[in-house]
Design a protein around this ligand. Structure first.
Ligand code: HEC
Ligand code: HEC
Ligand code: HEC
Length: 490
């Protein structure tokens, strides 16, 4: 499962709870719809507006979900795997036939602000319109001006592949009712301009909550636990509230900025999975002022602490060296046949992270102790890193660790991970079994809500009946109503 799919996975789990999701062949719809819908003529964009739009599109990471072939940016086709099937980011280049070339300004604004396409159909919340609704009209139009300044690319949209009833887009109206608050961001006059800018970036453009906030029963973000950490397709997007133990309260401001800019803060954390993608395509391009604004805002959100966290993720572990125990063990170099944790570590990991797990001081290979992934209470990210490695392109360098999914089996990875946790990490983490590794290989545990799908559907139907019924009886009973028998029309 790709990192972006994890976001979608997260966004889609609500369906099983409420059965309010729906979808249909979105791509085909977009292609059909262009026929005959003339674009509204607006003021011609100028170079400044286009440059501003380019920056905003980076901050919003539009390219990540709308590009499959880097040679065809924004031409769509990016598969977002969900537990229910695949959904494809559509072509948003100005191609009139297969992209959004015929969309008016108002069509585009309605998509980003309300999650509705130019035909009036609901878009899936995998498209983070619940965050983009906070963008100003000006900014949305700048993004459009930028997209429309790019060469149109003809590439037909792929049909989403979702089963009934999830392919019924109208059900999304129900999800919106419970989980979507439309409305542009309004500055808080009592707060500094920096704080307001940070809030706009975090809550709107950079949509941090979509990954870092857990979902409620109806799969909307649970605003009572904003930024409190969430599961997405095998990964945990950690608690990033200012709590000093469970969150990132112990990080210096400069460290959080450095993390968003480079993905690596020695002694604290490095970024893999969805965070690596957010940094690669988006956050590293933000100005220092914007990154500082993000931190200023994040410092002000309510701290969320979890009693199970005894010390910060980055504060676990110390250098440890078992090489002495391995002297005389012939199998060390035959890594995939190795059986003990120490042998597996020595054969597969020590070459880069060093025999003591210290990595290279201040350098390219991080230490495995004082590392948030190894010190986390949930071992999911450690397993995902071992399985999938780390790939993160910076402006002028690249962090690369190979994945071991094809090289080590589930039992070996379990042995290795337990060893790493004991040597360098969260000492009281529960033991990892080969079954846990197997689940992680397939994108993490499936939401237990999935099995509630039929009940969710029945509940949704009941709610609709109830609402209709109560509207009807209210009309009949309200004595002040002009239609009430007490006020017969004269
Ligand atoms: C996390 C992934 C993700 C990000 C980030 C994202 N999109 Fe999308 N977008 C999607 C998906 C998936 C769809 C299709 C939803 C559907 O089929 O209902 C979509 C649909 C759209 C549509 C509707 C197109 C059509 O043909 O109906 C537009 C316009 C759009 N996105 C623009 C943007 C812009 C502009 C940005 C950045 C500001 C952006 N998207 C960022 C995933 C994303
Ligand atoms: C696509 C999903 C996604 C988005 C969007 C996202 N994050 Fe993350 N974030 C993650 C994941 C997953 C991790 C864990 C990374 C790892 O294990 O290497 C993470 C880790 C982090 C960490 C490191 C915490 C630690 O203790 O190691 C910080 C800080 C952070 N994110 C801040 C942010 C901020 C601020 C934003 C918005 C500007 C943001 N993230 C947007 C998924 C996301
Ligand atoms: C070829 C060199 C290489 C090998 C071999 C290697 N790693 Fe890594 N590892 C890296 C690099 C590079 C990074 C990422 C540094 C960064 O994010 O800037 C990394 C990062 C990590 C992280 C932190 C990831 C995060 O999101 O914070 C962990 C944990 C890790 N490696 C564990 C292992 C384990 C366990 C093994 C053996 C199975 C291993 N590594 C083998 C190079 C390597």
């Amino acid at each position: 499962m790709t990192a972006r799919s994890q976001l979608t996975f997260q966004l889609f789990r609500w369906v099983s709870g409420m059965a309010l999701a729906a979808g249909m062949v979105h791509g085909a719809a977009a292609a059909d719809a262009v026929v005959g819908a003339p674009a509204t003529l607006a003021a011609p964009p100028n170079a400044d507006q286009i440059a501003r739009g380019a920056y905003l599109a980076k901050a919003a990471d539009c390219i990540a979900c709308h590009t499959v072939d880097p040679a065809k940016p924004f031409a769509g086709g990016y598969p977002l795997a969900t537990p229910f099937g695949t959904i494809y980011g559509p072509n948003i280049t100005p191609d009139k036939e297969t992209g959004i070339g015929s969309w008016s300004d108002e069509d585009f604004i309605r998509a980003l602000h309300n999650g509705i396409d130019e035909e009036g159909k609901h878009l899936y919340p995998a498209f983070p319109y619940a965050s983009f609704t906070k963008l100003s009209r000006d900014d949305v139009l700048a993004i459009k001006a930028y997209l429309f300044s790019l060469p149109p690319i003809q590439q037909k949209n792929l049909e989403n592949n979702l089963p009934f009833p999830l392919n019924q887009r109208w059900i999304l109206a129900g999800w919106n009712l419970f989980n979507f608050k439309p409305g542009e961001w309004k500055d808080d006059a009592g707060k500094s301009p920096e704080w307001n800018r940070g809030a706009y970036l975090v809550e709107g453009l950079a949509h941090c909550q979509e990954c870092h906030t857990p979902r409620n029963l109806t799969m909307g973000v649970d605003l009572k636990r904003s930024f409190g950490g969430a599961q997405l397709g095998g990964w945990t997007a950690f608690n990033i509230t200012p709590d000093p133990v469970s969150g990132i309260g112990g990080w210096k401001d400069e460290e959080v900025v450095q993390y968003m800019k480079t993905g690596l803060v020695p002694g604290k954390a490095s970024a893999a999975g969805g965070m690596a993608e957010a940094i690669e395509h988006s956050l590293q391009y933000l100005s220092d002022a914007d990154l500082k604004a993000i931190v200023a805002y994040m410092r002000s959100v309510p701290a969320i602490s979890d009693a199970a966290d005894k010390k910060p993720r980055y504060a676990w572990g110390k250098p440890a060296d078992d090489d002495a125990d391995l002297r005389g063990v012939a199998a060390v170099s035959v890594s995939s046949n190795a059986s003990s944790g120490a042998e597996l570590f020595s054969g597969n990991c020590a070459s880069c992270h060093s025999a003591s797990g210290s990595g290279v001081v201040g350098g390219y290979y991080p230490s495995l102790f004082s590392n948030s992934v190894v010190g986390a209470r949930e071992p999911g990210n450690l397993l995902m890193v071992i399985l999938n490695g780390v790939q993160r392109r910076g402006k002028d360098d690249e962090a690369f660790m190979p994945g071991f999914a094809d090289h080590l089996n589930d039992a070996q990875i379990a042995t290795l991970a337990n060893y790493i946790l004991k040597q360098y990490g969260h000492a009281d983490a529960p033991a990892i079994t080969p079954e846990v590794v197997k689940t992680q290989r397939h994108g993490g545990p499936v939401s237990p809500m999935l099995s509630l799908l039929p009940w969710g559907l029945a509940a949704a139907a009941l709610i609709v009946v109830f609402i209709l019924f109560s509207l009807f009886t209210r009309r009949r009973r309200n004595p002040d109503s002009p239609h009430s028998p007490r006020n017969p029309p004269k």
